[in-house]
Ligand binder design. Structure first.
Ligand SMILES: Cc1ncc(COP(=O)(O)O)c(C=O)c1O
Length: 454
C-alpha cells in the first residue's frame, strides 16, 4: 500500500482485499463491543484509517467508494486541503478560549459568511454551537424569546436530533425516541406534502397538505400560540422527501401572516448539498431562521443558527452559548470548507452529480418496476442528496428487508451506502461533492449489480 496521507492525495480507487468487514475490523469490533455502549450503532463496522475524495479506507486495507460522506458532512471531502491548512494553523495558535470568556475573530468571520451565504438580503446575525440538535434547540429558544409564545410546529417524517427537545420534534419512534420519554411539551406535528405517499396522489398534494397542516395548527393549537414552525426543506432522515412544490411557500406565508418564526432546518440539506447553497432557495423561500451544521465545517463539529437580526437579538445577553460553541478550530475548518465550496464551485458539482446519478437511478427504476422481488417505487432528491424508495411488488408497501439486503450487497462489494426513512425502505446517496465521476459511475455499477443479485 502506498504511504500517502488521507485527504485529497488518497488514491481514488476502490479496493476490496478481504471480506467486509475484514479480520482487523472484526478484532476492533470485538474490543468495541466490550467497551462502547450498545446503543451507539454503526452502519458498517469497518474501522476507518484514512479517507479523502470519494474513498474511505479501512484497517484491513480495503478502499470503499463513499456514498455517505459521514451522513452528509464531508461534502468538501475528508481532510480537504483548505480545512487542514486553516484548522492546523489554528491548532498551533490556540485550541480554546471560550467565546463567552475572550472572543476571537474566526467566530465572527463564520457569522459574517453565514450572513452572506444564507437566503435573503435583510440584516442577519448568527450564534454558533456544536451539533445540529443544539442548533435546533437554540432556534426554538430564540423564537420563543422573540414571540413570547411557546408552541412549536413540526412535520410528519421530520428529524431534528436526539436531545430531549429535538426528540420531541423528531417524528420517528424507533430508534430515536423509543423508551426515552417523557418528551418536551408544546410540540405539535402536522402533515407534510409527501408526493409519493399522498393518498389522493401527487397532483394536489402541496395544496391539500398545506391546507390540512394550517387547519390543524389553527384549530388545535391556535396560530397566536405558535412561536416557531420548524421544517426541513428537503427531509433527511424521514426518507429524502421533497415536499411537493408549493408546500413550503404556503407554510412560510402562513407563518409570516401570523407572526410565527419560520425555521428552515438545513442541517442535512445545506452547504451546496442540493446544488444550491441552501435547499429552500429552490422555491425562493426566505426563512426567518436557518439552522446549519454537518457540511459547514468539513468534518469538525460546528453548528449555527442564522437569521433576522431582530429575532436573533431577542434572547437576553448571556442567554445563548455553551463552553465549546463556535470552537476556534471548528471555525477555522468552516472557513476552509466555505473557501473550498466557493473555489471549486461545489454547488455546480452537486448538480453534476444529479445529472449523472438521476438518469441511471431512473433507468434502474424502470428495470425493476415490475419484475423480480424488488421494486423501486420512487427516485427523488436534488443535487447530491438523492434516494430510491423500495417497495414490495404490486403496490407501495415499504420493503425494509430488501433495502437492508441491498445495502449489505453494496457493502460487500466496497460501496458504502446508507439507508433511511420512516419505514426503513429508502436508500440514500450522499457522495462527497468532490467525488470523481469514475468512482460515481463505478458505485452505480455496483448498485445495479447488487439490485440484480437480490
Ligand atoms: C435535518 C437535521 N436536523 C438536525 C439533525 C441533528 O444533527 P446532529 O446529529 O448534529 O445533532 C440532523 C442530523 O442528521 C438532521 O439531518
Amino acid at each position: 500500500m502506498t504511504a500517502t496521507a488521507g485527504g485529497p492525495s488518497l488514491p481514488q480507487e476502490r479496493r476490496v482485499v478481504t471480506a467486509i468487514p475484514g479480520p482487523k475490523s472484526q478484532e476492533l469490533q470485538a474490543r468495541r463491543n466490550a467497551a462502547v455502549a450498545a446503543g451507539v450503532g454503526s452502519v458498517l463496522p469497518v474501522f476507518t484509517t484514512r479517507a479523502g475524495g470519494g474513498i474511505v479506507e479501512d484497517a484491513d486495507g480495503n478502499a470503499l467508494i463513499d456514498f455517505g460522506s459521514g451522513i452528509a458532512v464531508t461534502s468538501v471531502g475528508n481532510s480537504a486541503e483548505a480545512v487542514v491548512r486553516r484548522a492546523s494553523a489554528q491548532l498551533a495558535d490556540f485550541t480554546h478560549s471560550c467565546f463567552m470568556v475572550t472572543p476571537y475573530e474566526g467566530y465572527v468571520e463564520v457569522c459574517e459568511e453565514l450572513a452572506r451565504l444564507t437566503p435573503g438580503d435583510h440584516a442577519k446575525k448568527s450564534a454558533l454551537f456544536n451539533s445540529g440538535a443544539e442548533a435546533v434547540e437554540n432556534a426554538v429558544k430564540i423564537a420563543r424569546s422573540y414571540t413570547g409564545r411557546q408552541a412549536v410546529v413540526v412535520f410528519d417524517h421530520g428529524y431534528h436530533g436526539r436531545t430531549n427537545l429535538t426528540m420531541a420534534l423528531t417524528s420517528k419512534n424507533m430508534p430515536y425516541k423509543h423508551s426515552f420519554g417523557p418528551f418536551a411539551p408544546e410540540v405539535y406535528r402536522v402533515p407534510v406534502a409527501y408526493p409519493y405517499r399522498w393518498l389522493t396522489g401527487p397532483e394536489n398534494c402541496a395544496e391539500e397538505a398545506a391546507a390540512q397542516a394550517i387547519d390543524m395548527i389553527s384549530k388545535q393549537v391556535g396560530a397566536e400560540n405558535v412561536a416557531a414552525i420548524v421544517i426541513e426543506p428537503l427531509l433527511g432522515e424521514g426518507g429524502f422527501i421533497e415536499p411537493a412544490k408549493g408546500f413550503l411557500p404556503r407554510i412560510a406565508r402562513f407563518a409570516q401572516d401570523n407572526g410565527i418564526v419560520f425555521v428552515a432546518d438545513e442541517i442535512q440539506s445545506g452547504f451546496c448539498r442540493t446544488g444550491q447553497w441552501f435547499a429552500c432557495e429552490d422555491e425562493g423561500v426566505v426563512p426567518d431562521l436557518i439552522t446549519t451544521a454537518k457540511g459547514i465545517a468539513g468534518g469538525l463539529p460546528l453548528s449555527a443558527v442564522t437569521g433576522r437580526a431582530e429575532i436573533m437579538d431577542a434572547a437576553h445577553s448571556g442567554g445563548l452559548g455553551g463552553t465549546y460553541g463556535g470552537n476556534p478550530v471548528a471555525c477555522a475548518a468552516a472557513l476552509g470548507a466555505i473557501e473550498t465550496m466557493r473555489e471549486q464551485d461545489l454547488c455546480a458539482k452537486a448538480r453534476r452529480i444529479e445529472e449523472i446519478m438521476k438518469p441511471r437511478l431512473t433507468a434502474l427504476q424502470e428495470k425493476h418496476a415490475h419484475d423480480g422481488p424488488v421494486r423501486i417505487g420512487d427516485v427523488r432528491g436534488r443535487g447530491a442528496m438523492l434516494a430510491i424508495e423500495l417497495v414490495k411488488p404490486g403496490g407501495k408497501e415499504p420493503d425494509p428487508a430488501a433495502t437492508a439486503a441491498l445495502a449489505k450487497a453494496c457493502h460487500s462489494e466496497g460501496l458504502l451506502v446508507l439507508t433511511t426513512g420512516t419505514y426503513g425502505n429508502v436508500m440514500r446517496f450522499l457522495p462527497p461533492l468532490v467525488i470523481g465521476e469514475d468512482l460515481l459511475n463505478e458505485g452505480l455499477d455496483i448498485l445495479e449489480g447488487a439490485l440484480s443479485s437480490l
